[in-house]
Design a binder for this molecule. Sequence first.
Ligand SMILES: [Zn+2]
Length: 278
Amino acid sequence: MLPITFPNGLKKAFTLSYDDGCYDDLRLIEMMEKYGVRGTFNVSSGITRPEGQEPCGSWERLTLSERQAYRRDGVEVAVHGQTHRDFTRISEPELIYEIMGDKQALESEFGCLVRGAAYPYGSFNDLSVERLKNCGIKYCRTVWSDHSMALPSDWLRLRPTAHHNDPELPGIIDSFISGQQPAPDRPSALKMLYIWGHTPEFRRDGNWQMMEDYLGRLAGRDDVWYATNLEICEYALAANALEYSADGRIVHNPTAKTVWLDDRGNAVKVEPDETVGV
Ligand SMILES: [Zn+2]
């Protein structure tokens, strides 16, 4: 079996994940557009700031009209609980409402199919994982940063690489850029650098410039796939769905996505429904 790569033979992916649908998301979206990076905003659709009211608090949400900024290319909207309730402290009907209510509202607001999520407060249990799966959610991000850049084995318990304030992040970015191999206990040829946070933290901590510096270092690299959370998740799920002959020399792609393999440095493309010898 040949190892998988990201699209076009790339072996590194970079993505962002920011929670709560806050006013400061607008500034991050501008920055993402400037640097050509892509990412995901996890929005509690039921919590908005009234139209015409100036943002005055430290954790102000966007108005409905301001939320149109999430329509830009490179921006994914994802579930964060309709009213941001802790998934482990509510009844099962309330849990389903928090997931499906948010999914439905975001889908009707943005005219898209929402398949991603992040846990409010980072809280989850087995029941919330199961209900997310039942509701058609493909991945859900926790707040357990583990400094790993390996692809997750469980996308519904997704661990980010680091929060943007993590003191180890500059070193992790160095390692991502220089292409050092992951630690032996994380044997994966593919690297996903996944940074998360809340945009009001930049205002609170006065460190927008730090984030801009990070994006400036990470942007414009021809060996990096810039993608939203869902784009990476769905690609990985498609790659995991490949079917192989007993000797691993014939591969079939039963999915609707093109998947790429690495044949000793050469990128091999396996188109949807294609069967190829490798
Ligand atoms: Zn939140």
